[in-house]
Structure formats: C-alpha cells, structure tokens
Design a protein. Structure first.
Length: 486
C-alpha cells in the first residue's frame, strides 16, 4: 500500500512533540523526569504494537483526512501548552475518536484531569497502564486523579506501587506527602495511650497544718497526732491515660470519644495517705466549621488508705466556638455526683454544679497556647459543713520548644465559702462559716526521646489559707516521671 506524505508527517509530528515535552521536563528536574518518563521514551513492545495499529488505521485514510487530523492535533497541542485545557480537550477527543496512540491517550487524559472530567482521565490512564504497566509517570498521574476524585483506596495503591519502584528522592518525598494526606483523610480511629512511672517529693502528704497544737475557741489546745500535722514523704506515682476517637465522617461532623485514666500514689513511710483514682468517660462529639460540641458522661472510683473513698459520675457537656483560627471561646457545664463509701463519711455525699468559661488563644501555629478561665461552683453535701459556693480563676500557657520539648505552666486561684464548719471542726467548738482561699502553681517540662518514650520533670506549689486552723496548709511537690506513649 502506498504511504501518504501527510501520514509520515503526522507520525513524525506526534513523536517529536511528545519527545520535546519529555526533554523540557528533564531540563527542569532531570532525575525525577528520567524516572517517570523512562518507559515512555523507550516504549515497550506492547506500546509499540498499540501505536502500530494506529499507523495502520492512518494508512487506510485519505491524504486529506490525514492532513485535517494533523492540523487538528497541532491546534490541540498548541492549546495544551498554552494551558487552555478545555479547548484542547475537545480537539483531543476528536483526534482520539479517529486515531488513538499512546501519546494521544496521555494528552487526552491530562486535559481531562485538569478540567475535572476525572472519570474520563481515569479511563485513559488505566488504558495506558493495561498496555504498559511500567509507565511510572502515568501511574502517578492516575494516582493523583484518584485522589482528586476522593477514591483514596485506589490512589494509595498506585502511589505505593510507584514508591516500591525506588524513585528519586524528590519523587519519593512527594509520594510520601500524598500518602500522609490520604492517611489523614481516611483515618477513622485515633487511639492514644500513655503510661508514666515516677517519683516525687511531697512536703505535706497529709495536707495538715505546720504546727503541733491548735487553739480552740474555748481557749483550750488540741495536740495534733503525727499524721494530722504536716509530714513529708517520698511518693511513687503511676499515671495512665488512654483514649479512642472515632471519626465517622472525616474531620467534620459526628464523632465518638471514649477515654479512661488511672492515677495511683504510694507513700514510702506514710501509706495511710495512699490514693488511687480511676475514671472512664464516653460520649458523642459534633465538629462543625466553627465549633466543637462535646457531650461526655463519666464514672469514676477513688480509694484512700486502700479503702473505697467515693464513687462518682458526672455529665459535662461543652462547646467551643472559634471566632478566628487563633481564638476559641469554650463554655462547659458539669454536674458531678459523689457517693462516699464508708459509713463515717456518708455526710460528705454531695452533688456539684460547675460552670466554666475559657478563652483559648492558639498562637504561632499552635506552638503557643494561652488559656484564661473562670468557673463557678455550687456543691451541696449531706452535711452543711461540707457544702460551699466557690469560684476559680486562672491562666495556663503551653509552649512547644525546640528539641522535642514542651513546657506547661498553670496558675489557679480558688475561693470557697462554706455554709458552716465540717463535723470534725464542730466537735472541737469551731462555729461560723469556714472560708478557704487557695493558690495553686504548676510547672512541667516534658521531652520526647523518640516516637514512644518521654520524660517529664514538674513542680507544684499549693498554698491553702483558711479561717479554720485545721485546713490551713501549704505543700510543695517536685518530681520526675518516665513513660511510654502510643
């Protein structure tokens, strides 16, 4: 069969134009382009066979048809490199309907991807990979198209296939970044666990006054026992925390959170003051564009001197509204019910209602977080001496430091006006209303040693001033803790 001059020109034009695009990419990023385009420059036998069928199709066309097709392809390529992808796509579709080569498939898919015809782009990219699975550039474009279409499972598979082919560093870095994006968008369960073991020095484990005797209203003296007054001790500490967040929709919408905690102290010399507390909480979250609503319900149990101290449950809904990316205002209401275990503590059974308002400032890409808070309490116990109205006011500051270190500072002032004197104080003639003021300062510095290990040093000072001598005390705690987290 006689060869048409237009046919030869058409074939040469496609080859030279596609080669030009490959070379220009190589000049910009030689290693990456060489990897991604190597199977396009040196076509596989299957790809050559596919192009040969297109040549045979051209040979069956008249010279006028080939010239018209050649002109249409030239215009399509001009529009492509001028980034007028919509107009180029129309012409590439017309060319593809008559003659389809590997190069035409690639240009058609590229235009379709850029203008949002993702199903068409996927179809053409998949067709090219059926013919030649070694086309790394095509597979990357296919993976990116699946990502655009939010078909993350398929996108991950193709990204990982290219990653397994040992691409250059630049390509590998981009693939790993895309895989991280996919992980963030597809992840539904967010588990977290932390376990810490430590030791601390407590200057006043009994929370007792720093005196031997206390004067009574009647003029007498009460001599305090060894464990009623201030005593210091070394204390072992175990602290565990675990949580799981289920994200049903991905970043916005319905979520469910569950968490549990355990805290235990053991005193070396005065184990009468050993304390343990565990608590479990669960409830739904709703995450919107500007706010987060949380509705948790919790149950806990506390032990003191190895016996049950109290059982508690609480309901604490909260809502944080973000006025700006760096400013959130959070409101919380908590209803807490505590039932004391032993019969001699039944008069301490109580319910507490707590309102809190908190302003959070998220600065420096959340490397600096400043919080200002105020809360109001109304606790009602069976014995009026344990009932009080109070408020708390304070501030905290979190700072993410270099060297994988975090710093946390908190100051809290508490004022409590009791409705009377607790029973022990009344037994010694104390009457009227008890009033306490407390200053609490905490400083902690934590360092991550690797992905799982961390260490923390901390300092805590508490000064409780009361008009009833039994409850006037101060204490200083400093300690160190090592732990693991997942």
């Amino acid at each position: 069969m006689k060869r048409h001059p237009a046919l030869l020109f058409f074939t040469l034009f496609i080859s030279l134009t596609f080669l030009f695009s490959i070379v220009s990419n190589a000049m910009a990023q030689e290693d990456s382009a060489r990897f991604m385009a190597k199977s396009t420059i040196s076509k596989s036998p299957a790809a050559k066979a596919f192009d040969q069928k297109a040549k045979e199709r051209l040979q069956q066309m008249s010279p006028e048809e080939v010239q018209a097709l050649d002109k249409k392809l030239a215009n399509a390529l001009r529009l492509f490199y001028e980034r007028d992808y919509s107009e180029a796509l129309v012409l590439f579709k017309e060319v593809s309907a008559q003659v389809e080569t590997m190069d035409v498939l690639f240009w058609l898919a590229s235009c379709a991807q850029r203008v949002g015809e993702l199903d068409l782009a996927i179809e053409k990219y998949e067709r090219m990979l059926e013919i030649d699975p070694s086309l790394h550039r095509v597979r990357l474009d296919l993976a990116a198209t699946y990502y655009q279409a939010k078909r993350y499972k398929e996108a991950r598979q193709h990204f990982e296939t290219v990653l397994a082919a040992n691409p250059p560093k630049a390509v590998k870095a981009n693939i790993e970044k895309m895989l991280a994006f996919i992980e963030a968008k597809t992840k539904r369960l967010y588990p977290h666990f932390r376990l810490g073991l430590g030791i601390q020095r407590d200057s006043n484990v009994s929370a007792g006054p720093d005196r031997e005797t206390i004067g009574t209203p009647s003029g007498g003296l009460i001599r305090l026992s060894k464990t009623q007054k201030e005593v210091s001790d070394w204390v072992g500490v175990i602290n565990a925390l675990g949580s799981v967040l289920y994200d049903a929709r991905g970043r916005n919408g319905f979520m469910w959170n569950g968490n549990g905690s355990f805290y235990l102290t053991h005193n070396r010399d005065y184990d009468d003051f050993d304390f343990a507390l565990w608590r479990a909480s669960t409830g739904p979250w709703w995450v919107g564009k500007r706010g987060i609503l949380k509705v948790p319900v919790a149950y806990g149990k506390a032990y003191y001197d190895h016996d049950t101290l109290y059982d508690s449950w609480d309901f604490a809904p909260s809502y944080e509204y973000f006025f700006f990316k760096w400013l959130g205002l959070k409101a919380t209401f908590a209803y807490v019910d505590e039932d004391y275990g032993s019969s001699d503590r039944r008069d301490q059974d109580n319910t507490n209602r707590i309102w809190e308002i908190r302003a959070n400032f998220y600065l420096n890409d959340r490397k600096d977080i400043v919080s200002l808070f105020y809360s109001d309490e109304n606790l009602n116990a069976k014995d009026f001496g344990y009932s009080y109205d109070g408020y708390n006011i304070g501030a905290s500051y979190f700072k993410k430091l270099p060297w994988d270190m975090d710093c946390y500072l908190r100051y809290k002032y508490t004022d409590r006006d009791y409705k009377g004197q607790p029973r022990p104080a009344r037994n010694f003639g104390f009457t009227g209303k008890r009033q306490d003021e407390r200053h609490n300062f905490y400083l902690g510095l934590s360092k991550r040693f690797d992905k799982y290990l961390y260490g923390t040093v901390y300092f805590n000072y508490i000064d409780n001033d009361s008009n009833t001598p039994f409850y006037k005390f101060d204490k200083t705690i400093y300690g160190i803790q090592m732990g693991v987290r997942f």
